[in-house]
Design a protein around this ligand. Structure first.
Ligand SMILES: [Zn+2]
Length: 197
């Protein structure tokens, strides 16, 4: 069956928090959690580096506050993400880049044993249906904008334009002057600045 949550590889990682592949027995709360997310009952969603908060409204008219906290990427994972994502223009990140990230041993979603999920309800089973619904809602938002999945891990992509501009630091003075007037028009501002100095 096709799944409305986790249609991208980026978002799918978050749906796996709700339905781990290694668990055989279906979780009876999952269908309800999907309905809650599908019907926009997961509200006031705030995605920050290292945390997700949401308010889940249910048919018993109660609103339950859900808070999920997890570690941001360490330096190694951030560096791997820069290798993969830097220079990619804004817009959708294709699943191929997600695969490249996984090849470097980096997962977008936190692991289930490194996150803490808290809900204000009194259900004894954890994760409760409200936490599960929050995972589906996060997956949907990441599907719509995969970069939000990176931001959750504290990743700050470098802009593409900054990397492609020629600056004075990129010009080797020993070859610059020998090039003389052959420097292309695009570098003319830098050329004049160098001559003035
Ligand atoms: Zn709950």
């Amino acid at each position: 069956m096709t799944d409305e949550f986790g249609v991208t590889a980026w978002g799918r990682e978050w749906t796996r928090l709700a339905q781990p592949t290694k668990i055989i027995r279906p979780n009876p709360a999952l269908p309800r959690a999907r309905v809650l997310a599908r019907n926009d009952n997961v509200r006031d969603v705030v995605l920050l580096a290292g945390s997700v908060t949401a308010s889940v409204s249910t048919s018993d008219t109660s609103d339950y506050r859900v808070t999920v906290t997890f570690p941001t990427w360490d330096a190694r994972r951030s560096a791997a993400a820069h290798e993969v994502v830097d220079g990619v223009s804004d817009g959708d990140l294709p699943d191929t880049l997600h695969a490249a990230l996984r090849m470097r041993g980096v997962s977008v979603a936190p692991l289930v044993d490194e996150l803490t999920a808290v809900c204000g309800c009194t259900q004894r089973v954890r994760p409760c249906v409200h936490i599960l619904a929050t995972y589906f809602e996060v997956a949907r938002r990441i599907d719509e904008n995969p970069r939000s999945g990176l931001l959750l891990r504290g990743f700050d992509p470098r802009s593409m334009s900054g990397a492609s501009q020629v600056t004075l630091d990129d010009i080797d003075p020993t070859t610059f002057y020998s090039q003389g007037k052959t420097v292309s028009a695009g570098h003319s501002v830098v050329h004049r600045a160098a001559l003035d100095s």
